[in-house]
Design a protein around this ligand. Structure first.
Ligand code: AMP
Ligand code: MG
Length: 353
């Protein structure tokens, strides 16, 4: 067993304009400079940051998360020009995407120039980079003076953290510090787009939708493995079970009556049931011992924002055997929400005939 370490906890207001002078930010940045790892908020989820040029820092990230080392990390920089320090070239498509969506929840894949730790890229010739749209994240990165590799700040496999309390739950005693800047806005990770080829390709759906991307660059492809589970994904991280609560989760595609049937059947089998429903359906079903509400139907942004918190709540309190969740429409952010739901459910989906 690795020894526990003292985890600093800093609370910062994200609406002040002198964040770069805030002692909390400077302390966090100082630790990053010394290759320690520190969690901080971004607009997507909380990230666990480490100096992307330091093998030691990157090893600390993988150890704290228990993350498989063949799953590369996304590098976060505070301004667009910094990308040029780490990549061979940018393409016209990538330039247009950076103009349109940075800072923001879009990670672009470039050929790297070997100046980052090999552990960041898991030995690939490419690297994913983004500029986050969060004042606290930007201040921490800028004050550190380093490119910051930052995967989600959760134990590998668990739902990603959308509050500092989620980070504490998973990583307290294992990392040097946590910057608390409140709840994250988007609630899902960034969209990962490979723009090294002619047609840009979505490797992971996320905070920027396919429709938004297509408005800027025309046709955008989607990694076929995201539709067909048999193919090996091009984004290594997508092959792992992820975001999953402890109880076995199943997605249900169909009417409310069909959803109720699934609950009844499980109860008959002697299982304790949890359900994940939008606010409007809080009281609609019977038989579940736990109902966790996640967003409002028809407001996919609210579902995205609340999803990980709701999945985490199933893991606290009285334990349950199975969880049922209704599928959501796959338009706009629905694509990313369904991707995370499928992963949390290990691809178990029941479809009404
Ligand atoms: P996370 O750090 O948990 O947000 O996950 C990062 C995601 O970005 C994973 O799915 C990685 O596989 C993906 N990723 C990072 N770098 C690359 C790369 N060079 N090529 C393809 N996918 C990448
Ligand atoms: Mg993650």
């Amino acid at each position: 067993m690795k020894e526990q370490q003292m985890t600093n906890f800093w609370s910062v207001e994200n609406n002040v304009d002198n964040l770069l002078e805030s002692p909390e930010i400077l302390e966090a940045a100082q630790l990053l400079k010394h290759n320690e790892v520190v969690a901080f908020p971004t607009e997507t989820v909380y990230g666990l940051g480490g100096n992307a040029q330091s093998d030691i820092a990157i090893e600390r990230i993988f150890n704290a998360k228990g993350r498989p080392s063949d799953n590369p990390l996304i590098v976060h920089v505070s301004k667009r020009e910094d990308v040029l320090d780490y990549v061979n070239q940018t393409t016209e498509v990538s330039e247009r995407l950076m103009d349109a969506f940075w800072p923001g929840p879009l990670t672009l894949i470039f050929e790297h120039n070997e100046t980052l730790s090999k552990k960041v890229t898991a030995g690939l010739s490419t690297v994913g980079i983004r500029v986050p749209d969060d004042p606290v994240a930007l201040a921490v990165i800028e004050a550190s003076g380093c490119p910051i590799a930052a995967p989600s700040a959760n134990t590998s496999g668990r739902p990603s953290p959308t509050t500092a309390a989620h980070v504490e739950e998973d990583l307290s005693g294992k990392i040097a510090g946590i910057v608390d800047g409140g709840s994250t806005g988007v609630g899902l990770e960034s969209t990962v787009v490979d723009c090294t080829g002619v047609v840009p390709m979505i490797l992971r759906p996320g905070g920027i939708t396919k429709e938004q991307l297509e408005e800027v660059v025309g046709e955008v492809a989607v990694d076929p493995s995201l539709m067909e589970e048999k193919e090996a994904p091009r984004s290594p991280g997508m092959k792992y079970t992820h975001y999953a609560p402890k109880a076995e989760m199943t997605l249900v595609h169909g009417s409310d009556a069909f959803f109720q049937q699934q609950i009844d059947q499980a109860v008959e089998e002697g299982l304790t049931v949890g359900i994940l429903v939008p606010k409007e359906k809080d009281e609609r079903f019977t038989g579940a011992v736990r109902t966790e509400v996640c967003g409002e139907a028809g407001q996919i942004e609210s579902v995205a924002r609340e999803l990980y918190g709701a999945l985490r709540r199933f893991d606290s309190g009285e334990s349950i055997d199975v969880i049922f969740a209704q599928t959501v429409g796959e338009a706009s952010l629905g694509q990313a929400v369904m991707n995370r739901l499928r992963k949390a459910a290990g691809n178990r989906v029941i479809v009404e005939e």
